[in-house]
Design a protein. Structure first.
Length: 337
């Protein structure tokens, strides 16, 4: 089978292509600029220099010729911010390319699309009272992305949306997105206050295996909330602290503890004319909630086994200390006392 991965030169792309290569599939990657260093992608991977967000349908159709499955692993995430209203920027990155991709797939004969999405779309289904799209332009765009993909695909293209939670691990020679957690603990002088909620967690290797299997086996139109272990944010910080040999005391706090900082961030953003992925005040309720999933259905459907989250966090810390990395896009940083 020929699988093309948009954004395949990124961290998750490394793991996706590794598993696809191990199963003997033909591989192509769409990325921007020069291909990554030799050995990062499996031998024989065809690299295409193209900005898929801006590419025309005809350009994409040319690249999709002979492809069976397209994996879409690109777009804007929770770290991004755009000029107000941010939803327009997130739509350009996450929603508007989808019809062009699907139409090009149909003309080229590619019959399956796998989208690496966000577990916040799953949480929107589980916790409708939180009204997540109203509190986050990013989440809003991901909900629209899934709706648009299913609508445009129709009966001609199978669509699998992998709803990704917190992801730990590291690709060779790369930093991770967890520098923010590391800095908070390294700068801690006794007590670190964190949000009281929690998240589903998964490893990069598991995401790669799940995506590779979705590319082959998924049918119809379906969302897969994927995960491995549910952890409170305090528990995640404690795992980071253990790796860093930090004696910092991790203390969960209520939303009110962070409200003043969140309101200040709202004013700063207004003054700058920018808007972040999440409304800083709305994010307080989100991060006070245990945003957990049952990982078993997706683990069985996509055939990926459990892995050690603590070991993946050790990999994240080691890689981030060795290589540059950026932290998550939350404006509501943990407070120090």
């Amino acid at each position: 089978m020929h699988v093309l991965t948009i954004g395949g030169a990124g961290q998750l792309g490394h793991f996706i292509l590794k598993h696809l290569a191990s199963e003997g599939h033909q591989l192509s990657v769409i990325g921007m600029g020069d291909p990554p260093e030799e050995g990062y992608l499996p031998h024989g991977t065809h690299f295409i220099d193209c900005d898929a967000e801006k590419a025309t349908e005809k350009e994409l159709q040319k690249h999709f010729k002979g492809v069976d499955t397209v994996i879409h692993a690109a777009g804007a995430d929770g770290r991004n911010m755009f000029p107000r209203p941010a939803i327009e920027g997130f739509r350009r990155a996450n929603v508007l390319p989808i019809p062009r991709i699907i139409n090009a797939m149909k003309h080229a004969g590619a019959a399956k699309l796998v989208i690496l999405g966000s577990y916040y779309t799953a949480m929107h289904r589980v916790f409708p009272a939180l009204n997540l799209p109203a509190k986050s332009a990013y989440i809003h765009s991901r909900v629209e992305q899934t709706e648009v993909a299913f609508e445009h695909a129709g009966a001609d293209v199978d669509v699998a949306v992998l709803e990704l939670p917190y992801i730990f691990g590291a690709a060779p020679g790369r930093g991770t997105l967890w520098g923010f957690y590391i800095d908070s603990l390294k700068n801690c002088s006794g007590t670190l206050s964190v949000h009281a909620g929690g998240s589903a967690c998964i490893t990069m290797n598991q995401v790669g295996l799940a995506a590779a299997h979705a590319a082959v086996y998924a049918t119809g139109h379906k969302c897969y909330p994927i995960g491995n272990q549910n952890l409170k944010y305090a528990e995640i910080y404690q795992l980071f602290a253990k790796v860093l040999n930090s004696s910092c005391e991790i203390v969960p706090q209520s939303p009110e503890f962070f409200r003043q900082e969140a309101e200040q961030n709202v004013e700063k953003l207004k003054a700058s004319g920018m808007e972040s992925a999440y409304d800083p005040v709305g994010l307080l309720d989100i991060e006070d909630t245990l945003l957990y999933i049952d990982p078993l259905p997706a683990m069985q459907a996509l055939d990926y086994p459990p892995e050690d989250i603590a070991a993946a966090i050790r990999e994240s810390v080691t890689a981030t200390l060795r290589h540059p990395g950026r932290g998550p896009g939350s404006l509501n940083s943990p407070g120090k006392k």
